[in-house]
Design a protein around this ligand. Structure first.
Ligand code: UN1
Length: 493
């Protein structure tokens, strides 16, 4: 590895508040406080509330830096991403603690996420050495016919709070690696982690203006973010309603768009499955990260012959989860990320009461106005009407709806009866059914004998139906989104 550039002072040392524009961490007139999801009385930091005028300045900085960054050698861009990965690993414990303070993820999972973000940076560093085009035979044998890909220009990344480091890494690393400059708006509940990630990218040697960061409210900034004339491509992970608004805005602005939205991910358990292993995987997929993953398992369809046994195995495992202080090493399930999240998830749990469904486990939640943390018990519901909002809508909490189905066909039909299409799992020993599942399930991610969550950096990630804009993230798909292809017909003079 090349020698490290002189370390710049960290934003936090400067007392800066989350606005990085043109390589300078800036103070902000307005700030917003964040509170620890486990101890809502504790303020974890105050961050700058960017304004529409800051958005304009960030785009100007990104547009100004774009030509030089696009013509920087791809290998030099890759070196910076590699250095950022190393710097992030040096600060791994701090990054994990900050992530937990931001949004309450259990510390072991927060460490795993920080490590994952470093691995993503490394993958995209290596990807800068991949081919940037193809050569074809032409009808004219004299001619060299080829494609070359170029950066799209200025990218806006709007990232969620549920993976404060990994999702930004998988958007920023390929965007920057492919030679784009970036305006990044992290979720308010991920501000502390976002500043740390921006610091390591800056310290790794990104030129000023290449990455610009605006903390603040998405609602207040989205109009300015999507309507700026410098913007060439927008990548967003978040909710369906916000995604739908961005889809319209991007269409009228005629920019490239990558959306990763919600999920209502099913797990199908057939009678021939290894039921104990299936129960392990379903528990992990549904409950870890407090169910706040767009890939979380939320509907479980079990073949009738296995239902009783599977339900028992599942409930044993759910009951064994350690719920509580996210900073404790033994905790599996921390609080929800915010009061808003607790209000949303508790609304669904109240609905379960109103609809008189069977609460097999959990169903309880903390007082959203209280001081004891935004906790909700891992919950397993049964006997839910397939038309209920509990089955149809993304809850984004640790809640499973368990249902009995007659056979594989009925499970497949139930699994596909949703507007979402992100991820799905099948548990079986039957390879024929596994193949049928892979072909007929209407999701972008298909898992057999494993949980619905997870995403490796070198393969495409994304959904179908309402879950996505069909522009995949990660792997080769990232390169295709963050570049434009030119077809060149070259005839010697
Ligand atoms: C994972 O399951 O590890 O917001 C990744 C989300 C997804 C990423 C999930 N975009 O939960």
């Amino acid at each position: 590895m090349t020698s490290m550039p002189d370390a710049q002072p960290a934003a936090t040392e400067l007392g800066a508040s989350g606005l990085l524009i043109g390589g300078i961490w800036q103070a902000c007139e307005e700030t917003f406080p964040r509170f620890d999801p486990a101890h809502p009385g504790n303020c974890t930091g105050r961050y700058g509330a960017a304004t529409a005028a800051d958005v304009v300045r960030a785009y100007e900085a990104a547009a100004g830096a774009a030509p030089a960054w696009a013509s920087t050698a791809a290998s030099a861009r890759g070196e910076i991403l590699l250095r950022a990965a190393a710097l992030l690993e040096e600060r791994l414990e701090e990054a994990a603690q900050r992530l937990t303070a931001d949004m309450g993820k259990a510390i072991r999972d927060a460490r795993g996420e920080a490590q994952r973000a470093a691995a993503i940076l490394r993958y995209h560093a290596a990807d800068t050495a991949q081919p940037i085009g193809e050569t074809y035979a032409s009808a004219d044998s004299e001619l060299l016919l080829m494609t070359i890909s170029e950066p799209v220009g200025v990218v806006c990344a709007i990232t969620p709070w549920n993976f404060p480091l990994a999702i930004p890494a998988w958007k920023l690393a390929p965007a920057l690696g492919c030679g784009n400059t970036v305006v990044w708006k992290p979720a308010e509940a991920a501000s502390g982690s976002a500043i740390l990630l921006a610091e390591v990218l800056e310290q790794a040697g990104l030129p000023p203006g290449t990455l610009n960061v605006l903390t603040g409210s998405g609602a207040a900034l989205s109009e300015a973010l999507v309507s700026d004339p410098h913007l060439n491509a927008l990548t967003f992970t978040g909710s369906v309603p916000v995604g739908e608004r961005l889809r319209l805005a991007a269409a009228s602005a005629k920019i490239k768009l990558q959306l990763e939205l919600g999920g209502k991910n099913p797990a199908l358990v057939l009678a021939d499955a290894e039921l104990a292993a299936a129960a392990d995987q379903v528990t992990r997929g549904a409950m870890l990260s407090t169910g706040q993953r767009c890939t979380a398992t939320s509907r479980v369809y079990v073949e009738a012959d296995a239902y009783e046994e599977f339900a028992e195995l599942l409930l044993e495992r759910v009951a064994a989860l350690q719920v509580g202080d996210p900073y404790a090493e033994t905790t599996d399930v921390g609080p929800l990320a915010s009061r808003e999240q607790l209000l949303t998830v508790s609304r669904y749990l109240r609905l379960a009461g109103e609809e008189s469904v069977e609460v097999l486990h959990g169903g309880t939640f903390a007082d959203p106005e209280g001081e004891e943390g935004y906790y909700v018990a891992p919950t397993v519901l049964a006997g839910v009407d397939p038309e209920s909002a509990l089955v149809r809508e993304e809850i984004f909490g640790p809640v499973i709806v368990l249902a009995q189905v007659a056979d594989f066909e009925a499970a497949l039909d139930a699994a596909n009866a949703t507007e979402f299409g992100l991820s799905a799992s099948l548990f079986t020993r039957d390879i024929g059914r596994a193949l049928t599942f892979a072909r007929r399930i209407q999701t972008g991610q298909v898992h057999v004998n494993r949980e619905t969550t997870g995403a490796e950096p070198h393969v495409p990630f994304g959904g179908m139906k309402a879950s996505s804009s069909l522009q995949r993230e990660q792997g080769k798909a990232a390169r295709s989104f963050f570049t434009n292809s030119k077809t060149v017909y070259l005839r010697p003079a």
